[in-house]
Design a protein around this ligand. Sequence first.
Ligand SMILES: O=C(O)CCC(=O)C(=O)O
Length: 299
Amino acid sequence: MRELDIISQPARVLTQAEREHFFEQGYVVKTSVISEDWIDRLKAGVARLIDKSRNLTVSDGIFDLEEGHTADNPRLRRIALLDELDEVFWDFAKNSNLPDLAADLMGADVCFREALLNIKWKGGGQEVKWHQDIPFYPMTNYSIAQFLVCLDDVGIEQGPLMVIPKSHKGPLYDHYDEKDNWLGFIPDQKLVDASLENVVELTGPAGTVTVHHCRALHASRANLSQRSRPVLIIGYAAADNRPYVAPAYKSKFYDTVVRGGVARSVHLVDGDLRLPPDWSGGYTSIFDHQEKVNSGSLT
Ligand SMILES: O=C(O)CCC(=O)C(=O)O
């Protein structure tokens, strides 16, 4: 659906001003919109999964381990495919008010794409470099976004998500280097005109949801604080938005309609976008790619 058609439908969770802010600025923060009961249930689910990770010694495509991970002192960067791992996450993605919030920004027909947890462990949880999301999963239009749910309070010292306002209206950046290696981030020299000085940090108490446009420039610093930053990420797309490539994470619930119905037509936008590598053979994580580039082991 087009932006004007989306915002002319009645709002469900966001105010009209918040919907307009998303389309104008490229992000929106809805404070404490997820109930305490849901947050408690989700955190119990996270604790169960962290327990499952204790005996792992290497990352396996679902559990992305940070250096130093042990059974007694687990340190995880990401857990993927949450919706298949524990039923609370699929229940949340389908039955909470989050898909209603998604419909406010995407129109009445909404599909589920993925459920991930970025933990950003206390005492050093890895930074995420500047990137846009759509180059990771080109689609026929831009109605796709990650909805970040703060499971604990997130302050600036924990490495919150940072966005550049209005950058979604600017260029699409290449996420490859000059030797055609996928980087998973935009090299600094390409960002000289990106107005990074306008950065906004998306903080909030537990239960806050932040959404950034799939073209918005965003990043997050390392978490040097003594409090971890578990952020649940649910990806949704408009039903009339179809992928050009295999998704990085394909669970059995991928593409399920969670609000409204299936689309009878596809919304196409014009433009050029370089395809990412073929993820159908397996994907690790944005943390893994960026770290490998940093350490020189990818090139
Ligand atoms: O967890 C974060 O701070 C970064 C999230 C993000 O941009 C991503 O996972 O692509």
